[in-house]
Design a protein around this ligand. Structure first.
Ligand code: UT7
Length: 337
């Protein structure tokens, strides 16, 4: 078994966004809300929605294929596929196995990771270990979500927040001193009820009960969230976790070139940026266009920041997320390509 300590980095990115756009004005006609409330409380203007013929794995495939093409690689080069998702096609097999087959990555191992909206950071951390040790050379990490399928469209507290998307990165060995410099992960299961989607292992679970039935049993098959509790946790943990990982990388706030946080709420992002004393131009934000896309939000934001020329070789990027679990995680990446 190889036991190296190879530098590993993100060598390319890819994304997939459903074409259908759901605007705040359209939501105004569905629930008691307003464009003004949504914009000022969340920063969201619109979000994407997967069409009924598509699966999470389809979004993941498109993002993964784009990332591979951008790296000049083929599916046959991939040693491992990790998909981070809370909205898999099926409980089993994993969405990663479906992606493996659909893209024809014939030699790849494949599995999913469930860590809520922190899923991408967890998957990045896990995938990078395989490259670091020398066990695998090419790992495809994808965050993919079809959250519109698990939303209660009559609940204004949640239905305005989420969207569908996928983002992918390719991990490979990079030059010494570059790549993923530090990672920090955490969890606190005492907050499990704050943001959840029950599954078949829950006692008393039943699929698609009526609203009355779900109220009676307390069991529902749609996303449930205690928004303001998650908000307080997010504001604290984003700043703490990002500051922790920067120090673990041996850097200071001034060394950060760009901060790419999980895109859940503009107010949470601003609070974390303030903690790191970062000016607005160093904080990447696209929450207005896509809402909260859970595991997909960080890789989608990273891809768009690259496209917009906001990242150059040698830049220090801080990625940070938080989510259901509760979980949190951050990484410092020195851009290597
Ligand atoms: O990736 C992790 C996933 N989750 C999150 O990141 C969510 C974190 N939480 C948040 O982003 C915020 O807590 C929310 C955006 C969900 C809510 O913002 P808030 O400032 O915490 O509002 P609130 O929950 O304290 O609600 C304030 C008021 C309430 O009315 P009353 O009780 O004061 O009369 C809500 O009923 O706003 C009301 N409200 C709405 N009004 C219009 C809640 N949702 C809506 C809505 N439109 N969509």
């Amino acid at each position: 078994m190889p036991t190296g300590n190879l530098p590993v980095g993100i060598v390319s990115t890819g994304i997939s966004l459903p074409e259908k756009i759901l605007t705040n004005n359209e939501l105004e006609k569905m629930v008691d809300t307003s464009d003004e409330w949504i914009r000022t409380r969340t920063g969201i203007a619109e979000r994407r929605m997967i069409d009924e013929t598509m699966a999470t794995s389809d979004l993941a495939v498109r993002a993964g294929e784009m990332a591979l093409a951008n790296a000049g690689l083929t599916p046959g080069d991939v040693d491992l596929i990790i998909v981070a998702t809370v909205t898999p096609d099926m409980y089993f097999p994993s969405t990663a196995c479906l992606v493996q087959e659909k893209i024809g990555a014939s030699k790849a191992a494949a599995f999913d990771i469930s860590a809520g909206c922190t899923g991408f950071i967890y998957a990045l951390a896990v995938g990078s270990q395989f490259v670091k040790t020398g066990m695998y050379e090419t790992v495809l990490v994808i965050g993919a979500e079809a959250l519109s399928r698990v939303i209660d469209w009559s609940d204004r507290n949640t239905c305005v927040l989420f969207g569908d998307a996928a983002g992918a990165v390719v991990l490979r060995p990079v030059e010494q001193g570059a790549g993923i410099l530090a990672v920090e992960l955490g969890s606190d299961g005492s907050g499990a009820d704050l943001l959840k989607l029950n599954a078949v292992g829950s006692p008393g679970y039943r699929l698609s009960g009526s609203a009355e039935e779900n109220d009676r049993t307390g069991i529902a098959d749609y996303l449930q969230m205690a928004g303001s509790e998650v908000f307080k946790f997010a504001v604290r943990i984003m700043g703490e976790c990002a500051a922790g990982v920067v120090s673990r990388a041996g850097l200071t706030d001034r060394d950060i070139n760009i901060f790419i946080p999980h895109q859940a709420n503009i107010r949470i992002i601003r609070a974390a940026a303030k903690r790191l004393k970062l000016p607005d131009e160093k904080v990447y934000v696209n929450v207005a266009k896509y809402g909260n896309t859970s595991s997909a939000s960080i890789p989608v934001a990273l891809h768009e920041a690259l496209l917009e020329g906001k990242i150059n070789k040698g830049d220090n990027i801080v990625l940070v997320g938080f989510g259901a679990g509760l979980t949190w995680g951050a990484a410092v990446v020195k851009w290597a390509v």
